[in-house]
Design a protein around this ligand. Structure first.
Ligand code: HAM
Length: 457
């Protein structure tokens, strides 16, 4: 078969392929900041006693249906789900889903590996991609990254203590401050126990009954299926009605109230500032008691939630596990990066510094120690061997190509590295290398034995 067009005799251009809508590539100019954000998370979380967990990227669909909730936007509209065909007649086909979030997966893993039965408090963190079929826009992607953590355990482990809620929030404040994120705001609420929520839901349904026909289509549907979701509607015209609805605070049992008050007292003791937001119910069904979001005003536009989380005291049981109260959060890593980049652009000093995108090149903006330029193709093998030796000594090195003109080698070297190392016949014969330091313009022949020391920053 030939692809040649018989009329012109030319091969037609093939259409170029692009990353799928809502997904994106992170290029070397950007990844140093991602790595910095992740390394800082690992360092901060370790100080609070968290260990890393890595769960599969796809799971049985029923995990999310049961855990996150059938009526949520995530499960009802946004999941990437497929049927995995059975290979043998004896095997049943399975419904699988790319994880839209990681809390359900972590709790499943904790149950499966009997971590709850150990009786010890489990402090687990994760960093990885999640998938939701949302309408893509700035700060909202179909594949996005989360940095999250979960604290859970048997009731005897103290997992239910309000101290755990406050510790998580204080850790988040410490993390954002360490990264240099400015002007973040912590919004906090309690959605009560499952019983409190049931009573509140009934009251909401009743209050919505006479007014729901005045609301937008989405809210009319929510008023029927999941009245709590009406509370986080952004529909302008419906705000007056929503503001007049009953407040969850009036439906908290004395236990839930005392738990929330204890969270607030511990936050006050650690000087973590917060704003109470009675409408913060969050979009996942597993939440009980404390819920929270951190928002920022720069860089994210309407998608201003940098992270969200809360307590999920009944989730383990919903997944068939033992009682295991828990609390956790997930940071939208894409949004955190956008925020840091926007704050940097506004000239605010933050810790991103050299991590933000610059000239690109190998490894972002940080210059390599050396660029080796073989003066002809005959010196290519020796250049590669020299690069191997220098890299083994811990130096960062790029190696050029002997067919390049000297001018070209110098231009590339100047953009990438602090030194250019010229390697020709003469240098090889005398066991030397000609080294030019761009910062000073100095050039000299250096003995091979003295080279590593001469190149060290
Ligand atoms: P969530 O609020 O659905 O919670 O997501 C947490 C964060 O992930 C959001 O605040 C946002 O920053 C980011 N995010 C969500 N969807 C997108 C998207 N399409 N594009 C970019 N970023 C996005 C959860 O996922 C819960 N599992 C959090 C949790 C952990 N609760 C308890 N433990």
């Amino acid at each position: 078969m030939s692809n040649t067009d018989p009329s012109s005799g030319k091969t037609p251009a093939r259409p170029t392929l692009k990353a799928v809508r809502g997904t994106r590539d992170l290029l070397p100019a950007e990844t140093p900041l991602w790595n910095h954000v992740e390394a800082t998370a690992r360092a901060v979380f370790a100080r609070y006693g968290f260990g890393e967990i890595r769960t599969p990227i796809f799971e049985d669909t029923s995990l999310f249906a049961r855990g996150v909730g059938e009526e949520t936007d995530i499960v009802s509209k946004e999941m990437f789900t497929w049927e995995d065909r059975a290979r043998a007649a004896s095997e049943k086909a399975q419904q699988l889903t790319l994880r839209p979030e990681n809390t359900a997966g972590v709790v499943r893993a904790a149950i499966e590996h009997k971590l709850i039965e150990t009786g010890a408090l489990q402090k687990l963190y994760y960093i990885g991609p999640q998938f939701r079929r949302e309408r893509p826009q700035k700060g909202r992607y179909r594949q996005f990254w989360q940095i999250g953590a979960e604290v859970l355990g048997a009731p005897s482990s103290g997992a239910e203590s309000p101290l755990r809620d406050a510790e998580i929030l204080e850790m988040l404040a410490a993390y954002l401050n360490e990264l240099g994120v400015r002007d973040w705001k912590l919004e906090l609420n309690s959605v009560g126990s499952a019983d409190d929520r049931a009573r509140y839901n009934a009251a909401l349904r009743e209050a919505l009954q006479p007014v729901k026909h005045l609301m937008c289509e989405d809210n009319q549907r929510r008023a029927e299926t999941n009245p709590l979701r009406v509370l986080d509607s952004k529909d302008e015209a419906d705000q007056a009605i929503i503001d007049a609805l009953p407040k969850i605070a009036d439906f908290l049992s004395p236990d839930s109230r005392a738990h929330f008050d204890a969270v607030l007292a511990a936050l006050d003791a650690c000087s973590v500032a917060y704003t109470l937001n009675p409408r913060l119910v969050r979009g996942l069904d597993y939440y009980t008691r404390t819920t929270f979001e951190f928002t920022v005003t720069t860089g994210l536009g309407t998608q201003n939630a940098l992270l969200g989380g809360g307590r999920y005291d009944g989730l383990s049981e919903m997944l068939g596990g033992p009682r295991a109260p828990g609390i956790g959060f997930a940071i939208g890593e894409d949004r955190l990066i956008l925020t840091l980049q926007a704050q940097e652009e506004l000239g605010a000093p933050s810790s991103t510094g050299s991590f933000t995108a610059g000239q690109g090149g190998v490894g972002g903006t940080k210059k390599l120690d050396a660029y080796i330029a073989p003066l002809s193709p005959a010196q290519n093998p020796a250049a590669l061997a020299l690069a191997k030796e220098l890299r083994a000594a811990g130096l960062t090195v790029e190696v050029g190509e002997g067919s390049f003109k000297l001018r070209k080698s110098f231009d590339i070297a100047d953009s990438l590295a602090r030194h250019i190392l010229l390697l020709g016949e003469d240098e090889l014969a005398t066991d030397t290398v000609t080294v030019k330091t761009f910062a000073t313009g100095e050039q000299s022949k250096v003995e091979r034995t003295a080279l590593i020391a001469a190149l060290r920053p």
